[in-house]
Design a protein around this ligand. Structure first.
Ligand code: NAD
Ligand code: DAU
Length: 356
């Protein structure tokens, strides 16, 4: 049995990864270290919390003593590092926590892995892996054409992407300087179950269900490359199993959409599934253009040739199917939405969007 330390396993991608891996990869035991910030919810994993191949530890990745203790106690073979402050808008209004968690937290994990796997000597002959989950946002913003490749120079533009870029550089430095067996993945926008409703897709689903305004930043024509979350989880597992240490792999859905297309698609699926709003109003009428995000990256697109040709990964869920599944999931889990949109969320929402 391999012992894998998962960080941030109670968040959106982390909880999907934990559930998917426990179900499909019986050779793993997962130790989930999560601080349970506003974005982390133990309720995301109630269905698997009693699995003998799962342990939850509530704690901070910046707590060096705790992280060291976990490596010693659990004899960790691999790390899959998701924990981060992940929302661009929050990084604009409060960057400090992004610097702490995303940079110092990653550094703390790297040091613990170095100590456990390299510094103290190791005669087990095991093959260790430190997989750092990162983002396409480190590459900056594209014009009308082109796509990010692994060789594209870093050009982060928000405190969030700058903190992720810093953490990527640290991971890479630990490979070159100490020979730590690292892997980096840079993925495009994910969507699917359990995404916190501060992000575009779940926020729009939630508001559209309630007949509230759908805030679209700027002209609504910014482009993101969308990937269903389970496809991302499978890509991470592929890199964990077959990736070459020291390498970076871009992951994307080959599914570029303007934000306004995303919002319109959600409105149409909901109109069809739950009926029009009172007065026979289509949900598209709720679209409200609001002030643009500061430094808003115009377009992201991923060239995933490397992971496809070298490791054999391709996305399995197309956008239309993925969006339908996602909207259905939120419709079936309205109690989940209610449980994560309580006081602190309402305060955040009020500050971001005012009375809309
Ligand atoms: P999320 O915000 O939903 O979850 C983050 C999780 O990390 C939460 O459970 C939170 O409690 C935990 N966490 C935060 N700070 C912590 C700390 N100091 N110590 C321990 N745990 C802490 O994020 P997500 O959307 O699931 O993203 C996961 C990772 O994937 C991030 O590193 C993000 O940069 C990366 N990523 C996300 C996307 C996307 O579209 N969501 C795309 C590419 C890459
Ligand atoms: O590209 C990968 C990144 O995708 C991840 O690294 C981040 O963690 C993740 O949050 C996501 O970042 P984005 O900023 O692209 O995602 P978000 O859902 O916040 O916004 C998607 C687009 O929609 C973006 O162009 C901003 C716009 N938007 C967002 C919100 C919340 C709106 O127009 N209105 C909104 O209310």
């Amino acid at each position: 049995m391999k012992q894998v330390l998962i960080t941030g396993g109670c968040g959106f991608i982390g909880s999907n990864f934990v559930r998917h891996t426990l179900e499909h990869y019986k050779e793993y035991r997962l130790i989930n270290l999560d601080k349970l910030t506003y974005a982390g919810n133990p309720g995301n994993l109630t269905d698997i919390e009693n699995s003998p191949r799962y342990r939850f530890v509530k704690g901070d990745i910046c707590d060096a003593d705790l992280v060291r203790k976990i490596f010693a106690e659990e004899k960790i073979d691999a790390v899959v590092h998701f924990a981060a402050e992940s929302h661009v808008d929050r990084s604009i209004t409060g960057p400090a926590e992004f610097i702490r968690t995303n940079i110092l937290g990653t550094f703390t994990l790297l040091e613990a892995a170095r100590e456990a796997w390299l510094k103290n000597g190791d005669s087990t002959g095991k093959e260790y892996r430190f997989l750092h989950v990162s983002t396409d946002e480190v590459y900056g913003s594209l014009g009308e054409t082109g796509a990010f490749q692994e060789t594209t120079p870093y050009d982060p533009r928000s405190p969030y992407s700058a903190s992720k870029a810093s953490s990527d550089h640290l991971v890479s430095a630990y490979f070159h300087t100490y020979g730590l067996p690292t892997l980096i993945t840079n993925c495009s926008n994910n969507y699917g179950p359990y995404q916190f409703p501060e992000k575009l897709i779940p926020l729009v689903i939630n508001n559209a269900l309630q007949g509230k305004a759908l805030p679209v930043y700027g002209d609504g024509k910014n482009v993101r490359d969308w990937l269903y979350v389970i496809d991302h989880c499978e890509a991470i597992l592929t890199v964990l199993h077959k990736g070459k240490t020291g390498e970076t792999y871009n992951i994307g859905g080959n599914s570029e959409k303007q934000n306004i297309e995303i919002v319109s698609t959600i409105c149409d699926i909901l109109d069809e599934k739950v009926g029009l709003l009172p007065g026979e109003k289509a949900r598209r009428s709720l679209v409200t253009y609001v002030k643009d995000r500061a430094g808003h990256d115009r377009r992201y697109a991923i060239d995933a040739t490397k992971i496809r040709t070298e490791l054999g990964w391709t996305p399995q869920v197309n956008f239309a199917e993925g969006m339908r599944k996602t909207v259905e999931w939120y419709l079936d889990h309205q109690a989940w939405i209610a449980s994560v949109t309580t006081g602190a969320y309402r305060e955040y929402y009020e500050k971001m969007y005012g009375g809309r």
